[in-house]
Design a protein around this ligand. Structure first.
Ligand code: GLP
Length: 240
């Protein structure tokens, strides 16, 4: 794993954009694995600015997202489908039909997971962007998720519900379950870019980079990926 330390969140976002830009400019047909959360927002702003200033086109780009809350329809303002549309897609020339995410309201959960597994097989990702949960989760793969997991429905941990409550008006509104891409599928991306910002991620960053590879810390599996870059700002890297 290559580790880059940025002086602050702005520099982290610039460095992340350098990595993403290389992929998009060298292959206009690239498949991007994308992530939600507050950490990638700076990177997404750079992608939008670059598209507007330099005309970098997403007309043939396809995207696959990591996860979606169970029970939230795609037009709910806390759904990850809505997040992606508002914070990235609607500002680019990407075709909505080329953007994929789990259907949070699928009645048949198993069928939805199978559909997503098939899609991931058909769309090998050139890069997978990841945030990092403060407990070391990636996507919604919570501690003790088997490294061999594929798309599945998870019960979110109390820790994750608490972390994510800041984006809802009340903690009781945070869904308790989510669909998530599995760890095996995250590892299948050709390249991985994981971003971490802020002091509350310092412990997880330390365990991801220096800890033992264990299902207790899902992100530690990334030590085994042949092409993984972790970019942390100073605060998130403070325990390294
Ligand atoms: C959520 C998402 C993850 C994300 C994590 C960190 O749980 N499912 O994909 O990486 O939160 O979010 P943030 O970047 O807001 O700290």
């Amino acid at each position: 794993m290559r580790v880059l330390i940025a002086k602050d969140y702005d520099e982290l976002s610039e460095k992340a954009f350098e990595v993403m830009k290389d992929i998009i400019r060298s292959n206009p047909y690239a498949v991007l694995g994308l992530a939600t959360g507050t950490t990638p927002l700076g990177l997404y702003r750079h992608m939008i600015e670059d598209h507007k200033a330099h005309g970098t086109s997403y007309a043939h780009i396809r995207t696959v997202n990591l996860d979606e809350y169970q029970g939230l329809p795609k037009n709910h303002n806390q759904s990850y489908a809505y997040f992606m549309r508002e914070n990235l897609f609607r500002h680019l020339d990407i075709e909505t039909s080329n953007t994929y995410i789990e259907n949070g309201t699928a009645q048949d959960e198993q069928a939805e997971c199978a559909r997503y597994n098939k899609l991931l097989e058909e769309l090998p990702r050139d890069i997978q962007l990841l945030g990092l949960g403060s407990n070391g989760h990636i996507a919604f793969n919570e501690p003790r998720t088997p490294f061999g997991s594929q798309t599945h429905v998870v019960d979110l941990t109390e820790n994750t519900i608490k972390d994510n409550a800041r984006l809802f008006s009340d903690i009781s509104e945070v869904p308790k379950k989510a669909f998530t891409m599995g760890i095996k599928q995250i590892m299948q991306a050709k390249q991985i870019l994981i971003l971490a910002s802020g002091a509350n991620k310092a412990d997880a960053v330390y365990k991801t980079v220096c800890g033992k590879v264990t299902e207790e810390v899902p992100a530690s599996v990334l030590q085994l990926h042949p092409n993984c870059i972790l970019i942390a700002d100073k605060e998130a890297a403070s325990k390294l």
